[in-house]
Design a protein around this ligand. Sequence first.
Ligand SMILES: Nc1ncnc2c1ncn2[C@@H]1O[C@H](COP(=O)(O)OP(=O)(O)O)[C@@H](O)[C@H]1O
Ligand SMILES: CC(C)(COP(=O)(O)O)[C@@H](O)C(=O)NCCC(=O)O
Length: 326
Amino acid sequence: MTRPASALPAPPAAPAVTPYVDLSRAEWSALRERTPLPLTAEEVERLRGLGDVIDLDEVREVYLPLSRLLNLYVGATHGLRGALNTFLGEGAQPGTPFVIGVAGSVAVGKSTVARLLRELLARWPEHPRVELLTTDGFLLPNAELHRRGLMSRKGFPESYDRRALTRFVAEVKAGKPEVSAPVYSHLIYDIVPGERLVVRRPDILIVEGLNVLQPALPGRDGRTRVAVADFFDFSVYVDARIEDIERWYLDRFRKLRQTAFQNPFSYFRKYTQVSEEEALDYARNTWRTINRPNLRENIAPTRGRANLVLRKGPDHTVRRLSLRKL
Ligand SMILES: Nc1ncnc2c1ncn2[C@@H]1O[C@H](COP(=O)(O)OP(=O)(O)O)[C@@H](O)[C@H]1O
Ligand SMILES: CC(C)(COP(=O)(O)O)[C@@H](O)C(=O)NCCC(=O)O
């Protein structure tokens, strides 16, 4: 007699497949082999963002293994390019730049990670020319954000000229001799008129920004579009608990009030002329109405697309790392 299907013993659960290997800081750090430490304490100090805690131990244990991994990836990517050239019968072609994306929330410390990677990667003889692009240069100018009613959506995907950003990275990747991008200033809180960042055939391009891992929007007629992430050879997501990031954002605002906001040209100068509590109310409101929703709705959902997730603890130091292996 056959038993009803419902009475059959359940098959053993298939082991959950995760594309990532999850490593503690110590396990990750052991992977750096004998990669020498090419930076001094003063150089690290210079690269550090306001509020970031990063010292030589952090560089040695977290960022040197990453620099070694990336050096291996760059070499392997050149090998793949050679295979493609052979297939296409094109003979030896100049290699295309290796493109790295660095994503994460406002105030999580992406800029420090990106600047540190630039310095470390440039010290390998195989790829000394490393350029860094921050995506804020592709924010729409304030006048245009006002016109579109997007002034309180700065940093959301729709506040960027995504097509121009993607074109910039595509052209660098295609080996165009000279490509330029607009420049954003945190001081004036706007695009700087007439200023350009010029990139000339780097070995590596690092693209840092909130939304760099966003997939492309579907085209109007259903055609697939490309997004900036489609040109990445490797990507890093800088992650932390949302409560910690909010605290870093507010601490940084407090410090900026004592420093950069004092500049007579600072867009935020008005917050040096009110009480600290009033200024912090403004920052809390910006976090609650702009940066936190952007993190929840747009940025955090892209974490699973990164090749590497750096998970920071409450003191900004990296505690765990998830490396994509599938
Ligand atoms: N209002 C501001 N005035 C001057 N510098 C700022 C201001 N806001 C942010 N910054 C600086 O700009 C850089 C980028 O900040 P942000 O986009 O929040 O990314 P992250 O903190 O992840 O690097 C940081 O180095 C930060 O210290
Ligand atoms: C300029 C930013 C959108 C970050 O841009 P990114 O370089 O990541 O593209 C962000 O730092 C910002 O200013 N957000 C607006 C809300 C605020 O004032 O915090």
